[in-house]
Ligand binder design. Sequence first.
Ligand code: KIV
Length: 300
Amino acid sequence: MGKVTVPSVRARKVRSGADPIVMVTAYDAPGARIADEAGVDIILVGDSVAMVVLGHDSTLEVSVDEMVHHTAAVARSGARSLIVADMPWLSYHLSVEDTVRNAAALVRAGAGAVKLEGGAKRVPMVSAIVDAEIPVMGHLGLTPQSVHAMGGFKVQGREQGAADVLVEHALALQEAGCFSLVLEGIPSEVGRIVTSAVDIPTIGIGAGPDCDGQVLVFHDVLGIEDRITPRFVRRYANLKSDAVAALEAWANDVRTGGFPAAQESYHLPPGIETDHYPEDPGATIGLYGAAAPTEESRTA
Ligand code: KIV
């Protein structure tokens, strides 16, 4: 299978017979390799990195430099999936020049496209980025960078007429050159209406089953993040609890002397004399030259 390209994604409308697009976030090389081997179409280096990896309470904290750092790590995986990098908050709000320079930094780090949040008011920035030959994915509905303006992470588009407004924004982004749109946190009915109004594919997260694709956050699908489970998340593994159990088992082996075993240790070749060293069965020399803890030092 060849590299997933922007034009191939642009053509993926389910109503034209295409398979739904699968997009998942990843923030580092191992995550990207997992996503790529699973055969996803798009890896999103989301600004959700701020919350699920860097420990912040919102996505507003992450900078362009940090997004570049994570995008480069994902790109070094050599993934065949299309890599889309999120433009962080304030990286596309100040001036057109600043916006294009920031988008270019993400492309130089290895992204094949960038994503930014917001509707019609983003059109000048989207056009400028597209003019610089950088493909843009739009993002409408619950846009996490607007958390304060929205009064929290709240489902959007529930009121009368909201579908029409979202359709207008979606058409404006399509006209400006976006090759696809993320629809987040909106009623399924609104997701269906927007999806049928545009020619570019929509990728939903909490936007119902009628979008042209779905996206989830890596740490949510795999159960690495287990503190909050939004309604739209389906968990396919419990890696956090598996990892805790694995580390507990290893810690127990270390504490009871069961790790490392002889086959997990290096040994001197036959014929090397060590008899003139004093016997000290409690202190072995570790791989990095550190003395392993003795029972006394552990309990002291
Ligand atoms: O940053 C992110 O993970 C996203 C997805 C929720 C679409 O923007």
